[in-house]
Design a binder for this molecule. Structure first.
Ligand SMILES: NC(=O)CC[C@H](N)C(=O)O
Length: 196
């Protein structure tokens, strides 16, 4: 069994836990404390409100332990607000949160809540079939460093990236029935032989 954590401070963590519970060999774990973080082999940073999650991470002194785990190889996947948390740069904002991925992201890039939308596309890295994509006040990646793999683009905008053990998506696979991204992330962890 591999313990995969979901940061459970704010946002769509229950939906991610449910998706993980549908994958054989995966034990989904809520991560609310630094002690919880120690028990997992990979971590999902869910969608929600990046400013709120970032503030909670600071208040609970979670930033340093997270940076330590991720920079020493723990696979991490940020969805939507989670992507913003991972970015080294947030366009038009002075500060970033974890500042680990070599990307500049634009928050609410597609507009307001009313401009949220669904689409689908084939993303060869995760599946040979179309993957449904749900965008809710989503960011896009405005710049990506040379060391960042572009996993998917939509209308010339980058919406999914990977930099070694870090994966980030603008959209919310946890709000669909499709397990492709969760399985891909579980493989990233299992391939490292990271199960506890
Ligand atoms: N669905 C989401 O996670 C939205 C992200 C949100 N707009 C933010 O900036 O944090």
């Amino acid at each position: 069994m591999v313990n995969i954590g979901v940061l459970a401070l704010q946002g769509s963590f229950r939906e991610h836990l449910y998706m993980l519970s549908r994958i054989e060999g995966v034990n989904p774990c809520e991560v609310k404390t630094i002690a919880d973080l120690k028990k997992v082999s990979g971590l999902i940073l869910p969608g929600g409100e990046s400013t709120t999650i970032g503030k909670l991470l600071r208040d609970f002194e979670f930033i340093e332990p997270l940076i330590q785990r991720i920079t020493t190889g723990m696979p991490v996947w940020g969805t939507c607000a989670g992507m913003i948390l991972l970015a080294k740069e947030i366009v038009d904002e002075e500060y970033c949160h974890l500042g680990l991925m070599d990307i500049a992201v634009r928050r609410n890039a597609y507009g307001s809540q009313l401009d949220s939308f669904n689409t689908a596309m084939i993303i060869p890295r995760v599946s040979n079939e179309e993957v449904p994509l749900v965008f809710i006040r989503a960011p896009w990646v405005e710049r990506a460093g040379a060391n960042v793999d572009i996993v998917a683009t939509l209308n010339d905008r980058i919406i999914a990236v990977q930099q070694e053990n870090m994966l980030a998506t603008s959209f919310h696979p946890e709000l669909t029935q499709d397990l492709s991204f969760h399985k891909y992330f579980a493989r990233m962890i299992m391939d490292k032989g990271n199960s506890i």
